[in-house]
Design a protein around this ligand. Structure first.
Ligand code: BT5
Length: 253
């Protein structure tokens, strides 16, 4: 599927600077290097395979060849909008696959796109600095298209669109829809409208969750999110905690 991406890729990427690679360690590093060389807002690095794909806190992200979308987009956000980038990525994925009729689609705070509790997509936002000056950011998105995770180490954790729908999907069509959503939703970054739209797809609110922080586990009720996308957690002892994405791992529990 994605192995054939270059065949129609130019049409999908029309007008957008992009670089496609059959294999990369991680699209994040390539995009960050391109950003430092002056890549414009919206430029995209794509790879068919990643040999060292990464998630948050350097957790591994699997991208075997011919099975998934792996891309990193160069963004030039305002400093105050940095916290919205993970929301942008997750919402764009959810909105782009929703029309396929994916059952049980939702966003687990802050930026995992789940289908029936299994992870379809992960999002990673990284910023690039010149001393204290923000140079830009890179939004990485991994979206499973056709893997069968049965019997793998991600069995019961991950799912692909093919697995969720029971039929193959066209990777280029999904990519086109995702880029369309990213471009459209970019206009909302920094605004309450983005948070509202993302919040509407969150499956986490009203759930009991466990948040793993460097200071230990916190259990309680996920009550709400704020304008930055941070989570308000009511701990079992009644105290209220503001949890910021990136430092934590969340389990629905
Ligand atoms: C994420 O991290 O979910 C962010 C993943 C971002 C990947 C994209 S791909 C393009 C770009 N280039 C990169 O190198 N990265 C970005 P986190 O929330 O930390 O989740 C990581 C966890 O997800 C792992 O520990 C596994 O449990 C699980 N996982 C790994 N590969 C997966 C996959 N293909 N599908 C679903 N879950 C996966």
């Amino acid at each position: 599927m994605t192995a054939h991406l270059p065949d129609g890729l130019a049409a999908v990427m029309a007008g957008r600077p992009y670089r496609w690679y059959p294999s990369l360690p991680s699209t994040m590093d390539e995009a960050r290097a391109w950003l430092r060389e002056g890549a414009p807002h919206g430029a995209v690095i794509l790879a068919d395979e990643q040999t060292a794909g990464r998630g948050r806190l350097n957790r591994p992200w699997q991208t075997p060849p011919g099975s998934a979308l792996a891309l990193s987009m160069v963004l030039r956000p305002h400093l105050s909008a940095l916290t919205h980038l993970p929301l942008l990525g997750a919402l764009a994925v959810a909105e782009s696959v929703a029309p396929l009729g994916v059952p049980g689609l939702g966003i687990k705070w802050p930026n995992d796109v789940l289908v029936g509790g299994l992870k379809l997509s992960g999002v990673l936002a990284e910023s690039e600095w010149d001393g204290a000056t923000l140079r830009g950011a890179v939004l990485g998105i991994g979206l499973n298209l056709s893997q069968d995770f049965t019997g793998s180490d991600l069995d019961g954790v991950a799912v692909s669109l093919r697995g969720a729908l029971g039929r193959p999907v066209d990777g280029l069509t999904v990519l086109g829809a995702l880029l369309t959503q990213l471009d459209a939703l970019w206009a909302l970054v920094g605004s309450a409208a983005l948070v509202r739209a993302w919040r509407a797809r969150l499956i986490t609110l009203g759930q009991r969750v466990t948040v793993s922080t460097p200071a230990g586990d916190l259990m309680g009720m996920a009550e709400d999110v704020d304008a930055d996308g941070a989570l308000w957690l009511r701990a079992d002892d009644g105290t209220r905690h503001r949890v910021i994405a990136g430092d934590v791992r969340l389990r629905l529990a």
